[in-house]
Design a protein around this ligand. Structure first.
Ligand SMILES: [Zn+2]
Length: 687
């Protein structure tokens, strides 16, 4: 390698700071919060001058791409354990260290993204004679880097560049204000009851929550936070109460409802759509939807609309049938029909209880955490020929954490895997996968990918092992799918290895794909065994579990389609001079795909954070897109056997190992032999 900077040299543990040294695994037995900022600061200081030298020096793959990557990889080797420990072992000290470290890192990356010398050096590399001789993954690294420069406005003329930056800043402000309005409107409404009569129907646990909300005042409080809203809509027997709560919820941050005009997001929505359109036009896209799709797998806006509409065509008859059944059922129980919007969740729950009730308590004894974990590793072993070997020598951050070396059939080590399963104080909620080490080739040795998988399952007690419900099980498999994508990559360039650089409408493919093994009798029979008797799940219990998966799937699907179509059309067609266009698109899409009887004044868009305060603008369709890929990939396993090792090997080779090193469509076609089809997705919904 022609560029080496002594401070970046690999694998030399520094004698005083355990975060440095690019060790194969972080030294979790030694890392303290006080190590974070000094390690990062010294690394970033050195990085600044080293990078300047790189961008001013000769241009070649080694001297630009590889040299830059070496610096970034060393930084991420420090950052990954810091950010991880902040999430799983939170304390005052970690919070402080993390806060300071994250600012250092943000400033560093902002400067890097806007560095004109950097843009020039990468462009020169793309234009060099060497480029043609680079491997496809290397070319992908260069292309992605240049694409990101282009999309961040780096090549615009001065005036346009200024305007571009202004728009981005304003959009950030608007997103924050949008979210704030939704929060204020949510917080701004609640209702208090002195006794539980009005809340008849709510289960004991939900009543306890309502009592906890009321606090010292006593009695019960309901509000518009999702858990409270969901409990009332699903369980409250009083239809008028449900209507009141529904109307308050569906009009949050709008010109309608109990706080009409206060915290109204309507002008913000118009300004954001206007600015997004201008931003896209500055970069010479027809619309913001085209801009959004530039970095995604879905080919064009029209093709994506066609995908959504062909799903709608198939799903609508089923959704209408679901709705008819629901009305018939409610009528048979003496309800007034046709049901109103605020009746649907309530009667759906009653119908579900009657037809498919499978209680968590019935299932738990069959889903011990240890059994499920072993099952998950066995499934992966059968599918991909890899083995997980527990290694107690690896340092961990908590005694409950397990670490495995991942080895292939020949016994050579491929990756490392940490799993931290139990809920505990100081650990962030939910379940997530994180990268600990990326696959990378240092001049002297290869760095293997290492993943973190974190969940919040109930810890065992002296009387009882940890027992899961079925949602926990699918969550475990889902996050493990992401972990495999990271760990099985063969690409030694972190920018396009594993899940990095994968189009985000495709990145959920491996995770959703792996969930399928939680829904197959053949797989469940193997590991879902009674914790005391060792018997597999009785067939009637399994039947009910599988049938419940498809309950009202038509209605669920058309609702997703309504959101996705509204989002995409708004961002494709928006015209600031066409007043009333937003409301018109919303109602046109409803007329096209919705089966819910929306009342007048429903303003769901005004609190739709995915589109206006999250990253899903012109990207909501991604949920369905990735699900299509996952269902279709799994379809080949259904055809060839869900434990067929050859099929598993093909999925590993074409999808998991390649990561972001080539377009996700190429990987899919290489595995499936054709473009994705919607049929398996529909079949997975039972349609
Ligand atoms: Zn996911």
């Amino acid at each position: 390698m022609s560029v080496t900077t002594p401070e970046m040299s690999e694998n030399q543990p520094s004698n005083d700071n355990p975060l440095t040294g690019n060790t194969p695994l972080p030294r979790f037995d030694a890392i303290e919060p006080s190590h974070a900022v000094p390690a990062l600061r010294s690394l970033l200081n050195d990085a600044g001058s080293a990078l300047e030298k790189i961008y001013e020096g000769p241009v070649s793959w080694d001297e630009v791409a590889l040299a830059e990557e070496r610096i970034l990889c060393a930084i991420s080797n420090v950052w990954a354990p810091v950010s991880h420990l902040h999430s799983v072992a939170d304390s005052e000290e970690w919070r402080e260290a993390y806060g300071e470290a994250v600012m250092l890192l943000t400033d560093f990356h902002t400067a890097l993204d806007q560095n004109p010398k950097r843009a020039k050096a990468w462009q020169a590399l793309a234009d060099s004679d060497e480029f043609a001789s680079l491997s496809a993954p290397q070319q992908q690294v260069v292309n992605h880097t240049l694409r990101d420069f282009r999309l961040s406005g780096a090549y615009l003329e001065d005036v346009s560049q200024q305007r571009f930056a202004e728009i981005r800043r304003r959009l950030t402000e608007l997103g924050t204000a949008f979210q704030q309005n939704v929060q204020d409107a949510t917080d701004g409404w609640s209702q208090h009851f002195t006794d539980a009569t009005a809340l008849a129907g709510l289960p004991e646990n939900e009543l306890k929550q309502a009592a906890a909300r009321a606090g010292e005042e006593g009695g019960y409080t309901i509000n518009l936070e999702y858990p409270s809203y969901h409990a009332v809509m699903t369980y409250a027997d009083d239809g008028e109460l449900r209507e009141t709560v529904y109307r308050a919820y569906a009009t949050r941050a709008s010109d309608q409802g109990p706080h009409a005009g206060q915290w109204d997001n309507s002008p913000l929505i118009l300004e954001m759509l206007t600015l997004r359109r201008e931003l896209a036009q500055l970069l010479e896209f027809d619309s913001y939807a085209d801009y959004s799709l530039e970095t995604k797998m879905a080919p064009t806006v029209d093709a994506t609309l066609a995908f959504l509409r062909s799903l709608a065509e198939k799903a609508l008859p089923h959704a209408r049938r679901d709705m008819r059944e629901l009305n018939e059922f409610a009528a048979s129980q003496g309800a007034a029909t046709p049901l109103k919007a605020w009746d649907l969740a309530y009667w759906s729950e009653k119908l579900r209880e009657e037809r498919f009730a499978v209680s968590d308590e019935e299932l738990r004894p069959y889903l011990s955490l240890d059994g499920c974990l072993k099952g998950m590793l066995d499934v992966t072993n059968q599918l991909f020929g890899i083995e997980f070997r527990a290694n107690a020598d690896a340092p961990v951050w908590h005694p409950d954490v397990r670490y495995y070396d991942v080895v292939d059939a020949e016994g050579s080590k491929l990756a490392g895997f940490y799993i931290d399963v139990y809920a505990r104080k100081g650990k962030r909620g939910g379940a997530w996968m994180g990268s600990c080490r990326d696959r990378y080739r240092w001049p002297s040795h290869s760095q293997l990918p290492v993943a973190f998988l974190n969940c919040n399952f109930p810890a065992p007690t002296p009387e009882q092992p940890s027992l899961l419900n079925h949602r926990d099980l699918t969550t475990l498999f889902h996050e493990f799918g992401h972990s495999l994508h990271h760990m099985l990559t063969r690409i030694p360039y972190p920018a396009v290895g594993g899940i990095s650089g994968v189009e985000w409408d495709a990145v959920e493919q491996p995770s959703q794909f792996l969930e399928n093994w939680c829904w197959e009798r053949e797989a469940l029979d193997g590991f879902a065994r009674h914790v005391s008797t060792g018997e597999s799940m009785p067939s009637d219990l399994l039947e009910k579990l599988l049938a419940a998966r498809r309950f009202q799937s038509g209605m669920f699907l058309v609702r997703q389609l309504e959101f996705a179509l509204t989002d995409l059309r708004l961002h494709q067609e928006f015209d600031p001079d066409d007043h009333g266009q937003v409301a018109r698109i919303v109602s046109e899409v409803r007329a096209e795909v919705a089966v819910v009887p929306y009342p007048r004044g429903n303003r769901f868009l005004n609190s739709f954070g995915h589109l206006f305060a999250g990253g899903y603008a012109a990207g909501y369709y991604s949920y369905l897109w990735a699900e299509q890929l996952a269902a279709d990939a799994f379809g080949r396993f259904q055809e060839e056997g869900i434990f067929n090792a050859e099929t598993g090997e093909a999925f590993r080779r074409e999808v998991l190992e390649t990561g972001g090193s080539r377009p996700a469509m190429d990987s899919f076609v290489a595995f499936r032999g054709r473009q994705p089809s919607i049929e398996p997705l529909l079949a997975s919904y039972g349609l």
